[in-house]
Design a protein around this ligand. Sequence first.
Ligand SMILES: *Cc1c(COP(=O)(O)O)cnc(C)c1O
Length: 215
Amino acid sequence: MLETILNEIEPYDATLVAVSKTKPAARIEEMYQLGQRHFGENRVQELVEKYEQLPKDILWHQIGHLQTNKVKYIAPFVHLIHAVDSEKLINKIDQEAEKSNRNINILLQLKIAKEDSKYGLSQDDLLKLAKDISDYKWNHINLVGLMGMASFVQDKRQIKEEFKVLKNSFDHIKSQAWCPSEFSEISMGMSGDYKIALEEGSTMIRAGSLLFGSR
Ligand SMILES: *Cc1c(COP(=O)(O)O)cnc(C)c1O
């Protein structure tokens, strides 16, 4: 399955983040042996446990909603935090990154789904935070792009429209003179909608069940 997906995303030059949440370390190790290096988890405790057990050249992605009081556990090693959606969280990540003597890569999460339950920033708040980051309001944060989750619906047109909103937002920020040079990633697309996401400009797919089987 890994190879099939890698072949599919190859023409798009996107990164595959293998979402290994709930799956044992042994399954990650298997995929690691096949060459996969990017893995994603949404629970901090699970992420830390797997980090400790597995090879140190794995690039760990924190993909789900992150509570400020948990940031300290992943700050020393996390490769990319995907779902950053508040100034309070940025403050905390910056603080913990400084303590760990490193900069932490983040993506700002834009709310693109129509459902109310989803996390994410409004367009206005997103733009304001991106500008503040580029003005070096924080010294230990690298803004490398945006992240979004489409609605869980069957309607492909709706999903496509939601991904377009994220891509437009990305392009808008990218076109600003103040845009940081490392701003290059659009994390969108999961097992059910990654094909649409790739067509709409995703640079990072977060696939779990497709790779590891259902949870
Ligand atoms: C679980 C999860 C995924 C992967 O979901 P699948 O449908 O299993 O591919 C992607 N992104 C986030 C934020 C998740 O929590």
